[in-house]
Design a binder for this molecule. Structure first.
Ligand SMILES: Nc1ncnc2c1ncn2[C@@H]1O[C@H](COP(=O)(O)OP(=O)(O)OP(=O)(O)O)[C@@H](O)[C@H]1O
Ligand SMILES: [Mg+2]
Length: 380
């Protein structure tokens, strides 16, 4: 016999001692390590300990018969090949056993040729199954490896984008500081108060921007966690109204809040949501800044609405400059800003981050020259 089968364990189950002995000798001659059992229960116990890849069992046995044993083996150890030994009149039983996934059947009296053919079939099936298993495992590894690489690439791209945006902002700020320092130096050199004042103004405005940027970054880092508490959804809107009304008034913008009286308190992070609404209103005010509309015609409306299945829906609408489609597709990206050194491009990224953490939704609608509307939905 070939080397593969050397010492491979095989279990022989038969209630007739004579068959166990004769067949046992043949199998041992073929190079198997032969284990025997005289009934189904003992066979199952042996299989659990020695795990033979092949089991040969008589089909008719007192107690658990061969078909029952076959079914139990296939249920508990589906990779085991089971060869049935049948008597002359057992054709129906033999066919039944094939239905239950027996590998083959051999009829008594057992000829070595028939036995060898059945065993060859078993080995072919075993090696085919092993090959299939290693192919599938290889495939799974490949998929795992590829997705890990893809995720890493995405993460690196996101970091790259963030770093690029941040460096751009810092470069602008450094440019402002350098310019200021240059004018200041000229002022000192020429003892010219005009230069000195101008240089100083440039420097202090850059310093203010740096302070604002670091505050934004700090706030952004803080949004990594949200702390929910039961709160009325109008509360953060009222706080934003309070803070923004004087700037709105100064810039001739009508800032109004329309609340839905059916709203009920629910759990969310009021401070984080305040931050979001503040960003949206600040952007709306910025969007109205260079707009040629009669003051009084410039409006920002914040609405809190009851929305089925949600805790609240906020809408922040303005009739400011609006955006084209391309800009609209960029606004939630880190450091995307059209405000030069006047903005850091963190506001909406941070807002989206907070809404995501609440498992909420944020959508933006905008049309150039008409205005914008931001919708935020928070789940109960
Ligand atoms: N209501 C709006 N109307 C028109 N454009 C808007 C509006 N809101 C946002 N944008 C556009 O989206 C860009 C990104 O907004 P975002 O709030 O993220 O950054 P920013 O306002 O530029 O800077 P900051 O970090 O100070 O908020 C803005 O620069 C602006 O071009
Ligand atoms: Mg902003």
């Amino acid at each position: 016999m070939n080397e593969l089968k050397t010492k491979s364990p095989i279990l022989l189950v038969d209630d007739e001692e004579g068959i166990r002995r004769v067949l046992g000798i043949s199998l041992a001659d073929m190079g198997y390590q032969v284990y025997t059992a005289d009934n189904g229960e003992k066979a199952i116990e042996l299989i659990r300990t020695i795990r033979p890849p092949i089991v040969i069992t008589d089909i008719k046995m007192p107690g658990m018969n061969g078909i029952d044993l076959l079914c139990r083996i296939k249920k508990e150890f589906p990779d085991t090949e089971v060869i049935m030994i049948t008597g002359h009149g057992d054709l129906n039983l033999a066919i039944k056993s094939l239905k239950f996934e027996a590998t083959d059947f051999i009829t008594k009296p057992i000829h070595d040729d028939a036995l060898e053919i059945a065993l060859k079939r078993s080995h072919e099936r075993l090696s085919m199954r092993n090959q299939l298993k290693s192919y599938t495992e290889g495939l799974e590894d490949l998929v795992r490896e590829k997705s890990a690489k893809l995720l890493e690439a995405e993460r690196m791209a996101a970091i790259g984008q963030t770093v690029a945006g941040l460096s751009h902002t810092i470069k602008d700020l450094a440019g402002g500081l350098k310019g200021g320092a240059f004018v200041l130096e000229k002022g000192i050199e020429k003892k010219d108060m005009g230069y000195l004042n101008q240089g100083w103004e440039m420097i202090s405005s850059s310093v203010e921007k740096i302070a604002a940027l670091s505050m934004d970054l700090l706030n952004y880092a803080k949004t990594s966690e949200i702390h929910c508490q039961i709160c009325h959804p109008d509360q953060p809107v009222e706080e934003v109204m309070e803070l923004m009304k004087s700037r709105a008034e100064k810039e001739g913008v009508v800032l109004q809040f329309v609340s839905d009286k059916n709203l009920q308190p629910f759990a969310f992070d009021p401070e984080a949501i305040y931050q979001c609404l503040f960003n949206l209103v600040k952007n709306a005010l910025d969007a109205l800044q260079n707009i040629h509309r009669k003051s009084g015609d410039k409006t920002i409306t914040i609405r809190s609405l009851h929305c089925n299945g949600w805790g609240v829906e906020y809408r922040v609408e303005d009739n400011g400059c609006g955006m084209d489609r391309q800009a609209l597709g960029m606004i939630f990206r880190s450091f995307y800003t059209t405000k030069g050194t006047g903005g850091t491009g963190i506001g909406l990224m941070m807002t989206k981050n907070i809404i995501d953490k609440h498992n909420g939704e944020i959508h933006a609608w905008s049309e150039q020259g008409i205005g914008s509307r931001f919708t935020v939905k928070l789940p109960k």
